[in-house]
Design a protein around this ligand. Structure first.
Ligand SMILES: Nc1ncnc2c1ncn2[C@@H]1O[C@H](COP(=O)(O)OP(=O)(O)OP(=O)(O)O)[C@@H](O)[C@H]1O
Ligand SMILES: [Mg+2]
Length: 360
């Protein structure tokens, strides 16, 4: 049997690997390394290939010191920025000048980095969202202890504001918990039989009094099925495999939004129907549309609406008691049901939020 050479071994590694000779050249680069750094790198000085000070000094230290070390490599190209962890391992004995050959092994950590960044943003956002109501509450406590101590009318008013702020914090915390619960369940597909018509009727019954208070009508409509789908509809009604409470949460939020941002005195329509499967979803689907006649949403914002804490008009949404987590929760629940959420809107013409759920 013939022994495998270093180059055979490097060729078998899917991540980029470089072998640096004692004289400081890229003696060998495997396929992934040539794809990443260029076809020209073999035979070049490593300093010309990896022109990043932090990485170069880590390499020098390993050449002389003979211990394994790690460094980072940042790359920028047309597709964006990527980030690699570089493990630097000395191989073989040093030469007369005490310099060793090295093996460099690169691991793509771009996504790890992004996840870390998202977590940092998230913590910053949560802190900011909590700080605003907390500051208000603390300010009022101080006022009640001091200047407003003996002013009964002011006390009532301030207590009212403090209550509203405390409620906002409470809502924020329960939305955050609900988001983390849905996220952790996202891979478990729900399996109970749910009648979507009953869910929607429940949502509408719950929101109708509030809708009427603001002069809005809120109605459930049924879209006529395509002829081919009539048998499915007769056989299964509007049933699907789902999580009843979570589906309720989806449509509560969509209808609440439609009422909140749809303008007073306008109508909100919920339309339910069967459709043949489209795109990634095979087999028939249940399609629910929540349609409002409000001011609509600028196309600029649509792709970002389902991000946590994203609001078109921060001030207005906060004033209405919104946490900006509603649509993020909706999206995770819809994903858990292997469905799709689509948002169509035109400024001045209203918005349509479409939830497509696989029926099987
Ligand atoms: N039907 C709609 N018409 C116009 N804008 C909408 C509509 N639905 C949502 N939006 C915009 O999308 C943003 C995000 O909605 P989302 O439901 O995630 O948060 P929210 O309603 O502000 O707060 P929460 O749902 O937590 O009470 C809203 O702040 C609003 O700007
Ligand atoms: Mg909302």
């Amino acid at each position: 049997m013939v022994e495998a050479t270093l180059s055979d071994i490097m060729a078998a590694v899917p991540e980029p690997m470089l072998h640096l000779s004692q004289s400081g050249q890229v003696a060998q680069a495997n396929h992934a390394a040539r794809v990443l750094l260029g076809d020209w790198i073999e035979g070049r000085s490593y300093a010309a290939v990896l022109r990043q000070p932090g990485l170069l000094s880590a390499i020098e230290a390993a050449q002389g010191g003979g211990t394994e070390t790690e460094a980072r490599l940042h790359l920028t190209d047309q597709t964006g920025e990527s980030q690699f962890r570089v493990r630097i391992s000395p191989v073989g004995a040093p030469n007369a000048r005490g310099i060793r050959a090295l093996l460099l092994h690169l691991t793509d950590i771009t996504h790890l980095h992004e996840a870390e960044e998202m977590r940092r943003d998230f913590v910053a956002n949560v802190s900011h969202e909590l700080r605003t109501p907390l500051t208000a509450v603390m300010g009022f406590i101080e006022t009640l202890r001091g200047p407003a101590r003996d002013d009964a009318a002011a006390r009532e008013r301030f207590l009212g504001i403090m209550e509203a702020e405390a409620r906002r914090m409470n809502r924020l915390v329960s939305d955050l918990l609900s988001l983390s619960r849905v996220e952790s369940q996202e891979r478990q597909r729900p399996s109970t039989d749910v009648d979507l018509k009953v869910v929607l009727e429940g949502v509408i019954a719950a929101l109708r009094p509030a809708a009427e208070d603001q002069g809005c009508s809120l109605v459930l409509e049924f879209a006529p099925p395509e002829p081919g789908l009539v048998p499915v509809m007769i056989a299964s009604g509007y049933r699907l495999k789902g999580d009843r409470d979570q589906l309720m949460q989806v449509f509560l939020n969509l209808c609440e939004n439609a009422l909140k941002y749809g303008g007073t005195g306008k109508s909100v329509t919920v339309r339910l129907g069967w459709q043949a499967g489209t795109g990634a979803i095979k087999g028939p689907v249940l399609v629910t549309q929540v349609i409002d006649q409000g001011e609509g949403i600028d196309p600029l914002h649509i792709p970002r609406l389902t991000e946590r804490f994203y609001r078109v008009d921060n001030h207005r949404s906060r004033a209405m008691g919104g946490t900006g987590l509603g649509l993020a929760i909706v999206k995770h629940i819809v994903n858990r049901h292997r469905g799709r959420l689509r948002i169509d809107s035109q400024l001045g013409q209203g918005s349509v939020f479409t939830v497509v759920l696989p029926a099987a």
